[in-house]
Design a protein around this ligand. Structure first.
Ligand code: ZN
Length: 273
């Protein structure tokens, strides 16, 4: 079954992963800017990272018939140094017109610190100024609920952002309800063992339905599975969910959300089984 993986860090994955994803039905991906596993030594490191996300990676994906889109930002983990973060933010506007850039992300919070919040607010303002979609990273474990609330407050406080143009990712059982209630979109990140597994994602769908919700792999340099989305599709089929329901959370919903950016186009991938 065709699918979109709207959150995967292909810079950390091999070309074999592209081949396996294409074989499993992947037609498009979006790749948020994130922490590289180490702190960059200079803001110029982000300049080359943004070039990678907008030049190199789309070409690598295209070789396997997968459309590649990107989100740009400085991630919360490197936002503690406000001066450094502002130098990175200043690089972003010149990349926003590139053909595969769909928005600002993954912005958010990591430790819920004051400096992280300051840079989050400035990147929300950047998205408002340039009319960009937003992809949000929420903290893990005990910081998740508090961080999710802080992020939603910051977006609302900006006053120029439509929650329907914001996807809040890494939701779990205790945060998905408040995210959807506030009008945002919710992303479930599938991890092989910890956090949200394909089984738990299926549980959440059964509790909260399929409105404004998607699944993604967040595949990166750590323990993660670039085929998590097709595995969740199979888990849902095993439980008796209809092909329509499975397609909704793994293809139709991400396509609907991302199509708010006119650059996103999944029409060539429409030939489906
Ligand atoms: Zn990520």
């Amino acid at each position: 079954m065709r699918y979109i993986d709207p959150h995967i860090h292909m810079i950390s994955r091999t070309t074999d992963d592209y081949a396996r994803m294409a074989n499993a039905g992947c037609v498009a991906i979006t790749e948020p800017a994130f922490w590289a596993g180490f702190d960059r030594s200079s803001p110029r490191g982000f300049y080359d990272y943004f070039r990678h996300l907008t030049e190199q990676e789309p070409a690598r994906a295209a070789a396997y018939g997968i459309k590649h889109y990107a989100w740009l930002c400085i991630n919360p983990k490197e936002a503690e140094d406000v001066g450094f973060a502002r130098e990175v933010i200043a690089l972003i506007p010149e990349f926003l017109d590139r053909p595969n850039v769909v928005g600002i992300g993954e912005i958010g919070l990591n430790k819920n610190s004051r400096n992280e919040l300051q840079i989050l607010e400035e990147q929300i303002a950047l998205a408002a100024e340039y009319d960009q979609l937003i992809l949000v990273h929420t903290p893990h474990l005990e910081d998740k609920l508090k961080g999710t609330k802080l992020i939603m407050q910051a977006i609302k406080a900006n006053g120029r952002i439509d929650p329907g143009r914001v996807l809040i990712d890494h939701v779990e059982e205790h945060t998905v309800g408040i995210v959807l209630d506030e009008g945002f979109w919710a992303g479930m990140t599938l991890y092989p063992e910890t956090k949200c597994t394909p089984q738990r994602a299926a549980d959440i769908i059964e509790m909260y339905g399929t409105e404004r919700i998607w699944i993604n792999s967040a595949g990166d340099w750590g323990p993660s599975d670039p085929l998590a989305v097709p595995k969740a599709q199979r888990e849902m089929a095993r439980r008796g969910h209809s092909p329509q329901t499975i397609s909704r959370i793994s293809f139709d919903n991400p396509r609907a959300f991302l199509s708010a950016c006119s650059k996103f186009d999944c029409s060539d991938g429409a030939a489906d089984a």
